[in-house]
Ligand binder design. Structure first.
Ligand code: NAD
Length: 481
């Protein structure tokens, strides 16, 4: 069955190209999928434009759109097992993690469905100071949205965009990562099954420069929402500027995990490990920079290293595995290069640092949990996102120094502070230039709370009421009675 979804019809790529999707855990062939390009991207935009300009969807009531989102959430829950399996085969991620991701995907659709039912389209009357004037501010959909997503949380990052885009009444073209297309294809089937009008949801598959870039400077696209790397984000922002589109960017992070000497030792060690080694570090909010108070450093890092050595690598369906492979051979080589550069710049290797020699892992892109100690802020492995299971350790002696080190990065996505002193936790949290600060925790998020970055981690917010506002235009209607 063809896999591009344009104007309510499944189609093969115009150029007839295909791509082999192989599981990163063992190199096995998952499937051969259609590989689209610029012609398909333009056809998808035309379908989305037509559906927006002439279709019923942008004019449906908020209550109807909310009900549609709740229906989609139920379909996602019904298909959870298949979706989780597909996500794990594409990404190599442990099945238990993929199952949690699909729960979060359904919860995201449910949240935006309930929000738009509760709020309606959120207009308000304004007092114009005259009995002959009625003044009202109303919200409308932005138009045609290009939604471009990465491979690390394929369906979850998609849900964070598709759910609010639909809730606000937009039409869209989705371009998922070329490496992990299967759950996006499945989502399109569910959107069609739920009864969305033709052309509201469109799917283009293919590599970024060929299938994604034509969406970002297309005059008929009104908004681009992108999640991915910083370099791609810069290119997309520049391309979108040619037609002054709205742009929302969720980019990378070099997230600090600050541990004071008075922290609860056990919990802080546990979370320091999951912060960075979850999904082999392929998480935008991964706690890759451990900043630890000097007096605690030796005891804390020794324990982190001891436990990191015990983390078992394995494929998605290995129940004993605690983390999985990297997404591709090319990405594995990049992570290795970051570790080599760190060592050349003076970091001390405490564990990991070489591909595993276990023959059972030989066909996958595995890299072990790696801890680099005695790091300094200038090292490339400290400054740049390796997006792998690599923890760098720096020491500090005072609160001011901890904050300065934490903020010494172009990124500002997320980070954590560990201390049993609530006043210090509040002081530090208030000073950090980060979109999310966890106090004595790492990684949790809520669909009701905004997610996004300060500085070069991005612009705009996903989730929460602001995540819906991204997809709305605002119009002032002045009526002279
Ligand atoms: P990437 O930037 O390589 O690709 C992301 C998407 O953009 C893919 O669909 C790709 O095909 C497409 N793309 C590439 N070049 C393009 C172009 N010129 N025009 C249009 N589209 C283009 O990122 P990735 O390697 O897939 O994902 C990893 C990155 O994503 C990391 O940097 C990570 O931090 C970031 N990320 C951020 C968040 C967040 O919430 N801030 C969440 C997840 C991932």
């Amino acid at each position: 069955m063809p896999e591009l979804f344009l104007g309510g019809r499944w189609q093969a790529a115009a150029g007839g190209a295909t791509r082999e999707i192989r599981c990163p855990a063992d190199g096995s062939l998952v499937a051969v999928v259609d590989e689209g390009g610029a012609e398909d991207a333009r056809a998808a935009v035309a379908a989305a434009r037509r559906a927006f300009d002439t279709g019923p969807w942008p004019h449906t009531t908020a209550a109807r759109r909310g009900a549609e989102l709740l229906r989609i959430a139920s379909l996602l829950e019904r298909d959870k097992a298949d979706l989780a399996r597909a996500e794990s085969l594409d990404t190599g991620k442990r099945l238990v993690e993929s199952e949690l991701d699909i729960d979060d995907v359904a919860a995201c659709f449910r949240y935006f469905g309930e929000l738009v039912i509760e709020e309606g389209d959120g207009g308000r009357d304004v007092d114009a100071g005259s009995t002959t004037v009625e003044s009202r501010v109303v919200h409308e959909p932005v138009g045609v949205c290009a939604l471009i997503t990465p491979w690390n949380y394929p369906l979850l990052q998609t849900a964070w965009k598709v759910a609010p885009a639909l809730a606000a009444g937009n039409t869209f073209v989705l371009k998922p990562s070329e490496l992990t297309p299967h759950t996006a294809i499945h989502l399109m089937r569910l959107l069609a099954e739920s009864g969305l009008p033709d052309g509201v949801a469109n799917l283009v598959l293919g590599p970024g420069p060929e299938a994604g870039a034509p969406l970002t400077d297309h005059p008929d696209v009104d908004l681009v929402s992108f999640t991915g790397g910083l370099a791609t984000g810069r290119r997309i922002m520049a391309a979108a500027a040619t037609t002054v589109k709205r742009v929302a960017l969720e980019l990378g992070g070099k997230n600090p995990n600050i541990v004071f000497a008075d922290a609860d030792f056990e919990t802080a060690v546990d979370h320091a490990l999951t912060a960075v080694f979850l999904h082999s570090g392929q998480v935008c909010s991964a706690g890759t920079r451990l900043l630890v108070e000097d007096s605690l450093h030796d005891r804390f890092v020794d324990e982190v290293v001891r436990r990191a050595r015990e983390i078992r690598l394995g494929g998605p369906f290995d129940p004993a595995a605690r983390t999985g492979p990297l997404i591709s051979a090319a990405h594995l080589a990049e992570v290795e290069a970051y570790v080599a550069a760190g060592l050349a710049e003076g970091a001390v290797l405490r564990c990991g640092g070489a591909r595993p020699d276990d023959p059972a892992l030989a066909n996958g892109h595995y890299y072990p949990p790696t801890v680099l100690d005695d790091c300094t802020p200038g090292m490339s492995v400290v400054r740049e996102e390796s997006f792998g299971p690599v923890l760098t350790v720096e020491r500090f002696t005072a609160e001011d120094e901890a904050v300065r080190l934490a903020d010494d990065t172009v990124y500002g996505l997320a980070g954590a502070v560990w201390t049993t002193d609530p006043a210090r936790a509040d002081r530090v949290a208030a000073r950090l230039r980060l979109g999310t600060v966890w106090i004595n925790d790492f990684h949790p998020y809520l669909p009701q709370a905004e997610w996004g970055g300060f500085k070069q981690s991005g612009t705009g917010r996903e989730l929460g009421p602001s995540g819906l506002a991204e997809y709305r235009e605002t119009k002032h209607v002045w009526r002279n009675t």
